[in-house]
Design a protein around this ligand. Structure first.
Ligand SMILES: C[S@@+](CC[C@H](N)C(=O)[O-])C[C@H]1O[C@@H](n2cnc3c(N)ncnc32)[C@H](O)[C@@H]1O
Length: 668
């Protein structure tokens, strides 16, 4: 006799847990409890690819830890239930239509043709791509503004009374810097302001033996700097800087954790989704890592043998990503003292001064881009012609009397100053290109990879790609030294940066702990290098529930050649593997960072690095922002990525909302 539907569903659930590495007996036991609590209501258990079950098993495991004050697994289940109830208010359900559809997606093949605009990744002026579904209950129109109306100083007064004696030693800069959470001593690498030196930020020397920037230590917080003549709209200030100190762990918005649901979970239907199938076993060619010292990789990741370490890494990462469904659980793999885990020259600390969410959802920190699978990124010396390198240079090319061959791309002049900053003229050109893309030169592909990925057989005409200014840095085939002034981005992050929790809706962001001059290199946007088709697959399959991915298309030179092969139309996806660049939030128009395409290993423009430089002087503790290039008014793509809370007076979303409101009131 065939097993009942109930038994089949139970088997599928246990099998799914087994696939992601959980013990079957444990999964069964927790499932049983959940079924009891949920009165056999499978839909709660199955939704979001068994998210509730995964959470409960993890909680159950934690409860075995003597440090966790929860020894009874059923207590943990009950806690989950209350969390679940909070999440499943009926009014929330409308926000997840595609997610339900996502769990039904089982085909590993790329679905063909006839998709609505919402169904595929969209290139916003060749920059960030909108997610297939980006609406979180907390992202919705008007969300949270009514319940979070505490102004920043009120919040500080409420939160910091006991330890404020530590802060009395400090003087805020221009009244903007305010001390927040305090501790008895200043930790290494955390800025403080010395009395009598109000204008200077003092960085403590790093003590190699002590962790830096430990959360809970003294941290000074600074409002994002307003641009000249820029005023924050009142309501936006309230939302951006408010937080409910009484908010329980369970009430912490789902925003972050929902963004990054693992790729690898099998769907409740029992058949692993396409993505799960791709990721289920480490395949030959998966995750090809560039050689750390030379950056050289094989001609194509497909040709590279995969070793056991790579397999282990992949499986391990998958498990850790999976684990991170629990909003504030301590995370074994993200280190708050150095989120980069030693991958960068500097340590990058992480702090949340507002809520109990200690870590962002898990991602694997990589300091350099890494090919996911099919991207053709060929770093071979033979491909670098003599005119694309400076074989005969010595020492620092910037000090040489004649600019070297590597300046060909920049019209015979270096883009950098002797101080390692971007030259003002070059910087201004990049800024104005980003601010006014439509007035700039675009090129049009004959066979546009974006259009082809939407509709393979009858693609629409190319919508155009902005022609960007590239920087070409010297590299290993050049005669100059590693310290050559024309090697800035490839040397990596050198500034003191910090990942910090900005506000409920925006989530985490990146800020500088030191003052940065205009034109300073901050970081690259690092992620997995995907082909356009792989990106499409990943997004369309909704990656087993990962509804938000924030890839960037590397299309700066598309259209300049007769045609691009699929494996040459590339993008970067920092959702699962990335660096601090993935935390840079969006600001319309007057962001303090601008992205610049930089190349060194490859002479063509198929693959390049996306480097962030400051658009102006940025003060210590200011949030770093970047204009994603989102066109909130783009009618052909009605699902916008998020409700923009950038606070810029040029906010395109605010202008759009205002226009909509005035149209609505005019029609009454
Ligand atoms: C690339 S991530 C930036 C890091 C992100 N805040 C985090 O916590 O991981 C982009 C997401 O951050 C949020 N975000 C970025 N800029 C924002 C803005 N100006 N207003 C509201 N949300 C923003 C949106 O949810 C967006 O989908």
């Amino acid at each position: 006799m065939a097993p009942s539907a109930h038994v089949q569903r139970a088997q599928a659930a246990v099998e799914a847990m087994k696939l992601i590495g959980f013990d079957q007996a444990k999964a069964k036991a927790v499932l049983k409890k959940l079924l009891k609590v949920y009165e056999n209501n499978w839909e709660y258990i199955e939704e979001e690819n068994y998210r509730l079950l995964v959470d409960s098993i993890l909680d159950d495991q934690e409860s075995v830890d003597p440090e966790v004050n929860e020894t009874d697994a059923s207590a943990s289940v009950a806690r989950k239930v209350s969390r679940k109830r909070l999440r499943h208010r009926p009014e929330d359900s409308d926000h997840f239509p595609l997610e339900v559809e996502a769990s039904g997606e089982t085909s590993p093949q790329r679905p063909k043709l006839d998709r609505s605009p919402e169904d595929h990744p969209t290139n916003f002026r060749g920059k960030m791509i909108k997610p297939v579904e980006a609406q979180c209950p907390h992202d919705g129109e008007g969300s949270s503004s009514s319940s979070h109306t505490i102004r920043e100083n009120e919040l500080i007064r409420e939160k910091a009374p006991q330890n404020s004696h530590n802060c009395q030693e400090l003087s805020p800069i221009s009244g903007q810097v305010v001390p927040r959470m305090t501790s008895s001593s200043n930790p290494p690498n955390v800025p403080y302001f010395e009395k009598g030196k109000s204008s200077s930020l003092v960085m403590q020397e790093r003590d190699e033996h002590q962790p830096c920037g430990t959360s809970g230590n003294l941290i000074c917080h600074k409002e994002p700097k307003m641009e000249p003549d820029t005023e924050f709209p009142r309501d936006i200030v309230a939302v951006a800087f408010s937080s409910n100190p009484d908010m329980s762990v369970d009430e912490v918005p789902c925003y972050i954790s929902d963004n990054y649901v693992p790729l690898a979970l099998p769907s409740p239907q029992g058949t692993p989704s396409g993505t799960a199938a791709n990721h289920g076993t480490a395949q030959k060619g998966d995750f090809l890592w560039a050689n750390a010292s030379t950056g050289l990789t094989g001609a194509n990741s497909q040709d590279a043998p995969i070793n056991e370490d790579e397999k282990c890494l992949k499986v391990q990462v998958r498990k850790e990503i999976t684990k991170d469904h629990s909003v504030s659980a301590p995370h074994p793999l993200l280190d708050e003292n150095d989120i980069a885990k030693g991958e960068e020259i500097v340590r990058i600390s992480l702090i949340n001064e507002f809520t109990s969410e200690k870590f962002p959802a898990y991602f694997h920190y990589i300091a350099r881009n890494a090919v996911y699978q099919n991207a053709h990124v060929n770093f071979s010396l033979a491909r670098i012609d003599d005119e694309d390198c400076c074989l005969n240079c010595f020492g620092d090319c910037l000090s040489a009397p004649i600019p070297c061959a590597c300046t060909r791309e920049t019209g015979g002049e270096f883009a950098y100053t002797m101080d390692g900053l971007l030259k003002a003229e070059f910087l201004n050109e990049c800024i104005s290109m980003n601010r006014d893309p439509y007035k700039r030169h675009h090129i049009y592909c004959k066979d546009c990879p974006i259009e082809k990925s939407k509709n393979e057989h009858t693609p629409e005409a190319c919508k155009g790609h902005l022609v960007r200014k590239f920087i070409k840095e010297c590299w290993i085939k050049c005669g100059c030294s590693k310290q050559c002034g024309n090697r800035v981005v490839q040397r990596g992050i050198s500034r003191n940066l910090q990942v910090f929790f900005v506000a409920d809706v925006k989530g985490w962001g990146l800020r500088t702990l030191e003052e940065l001059p205009s034109g300073a290199f901050v970081c690259e946007y690092v992620g997995e290098i995907l082909t356009n088709i792989e990106l499409y697959d990943r997004t369309i399959q909704k990656t087993g529930g990962a509804r938000h991915t924030y890839p960037v298309i590397l299309d700066a030179d598309w259209g300049s050649e007769a045609g691009l092969r699929d494996e040459e139309a590339l993008c970067l996806d920092a959702t699962f593997f990335g660096n601090v660049g993935r935390f840079v939030n969006h600001r319309c128009f007057d962001a303090n960072l601008v992205e610049v395409p930089v190349e060194w290993e490859t002479p063509d423009h198929h693959y390049y690095h996306l480097a962030f430089f400051t658009t102006r002087k940025v003060e210590a503790l200011e949030e770093l922002t970047w204009d994603y290039g989102i066109d909130f008014d783009d009618r052909s793509h009605p699902i916008k990525a998020f409700k923009c809370l950038c606070g810029s007076r040029f906010c395109r979303d605010r202008v759009r909302s205002k226009a909509t409101r005035s149209r609505a009131s005019g029609s009454k």
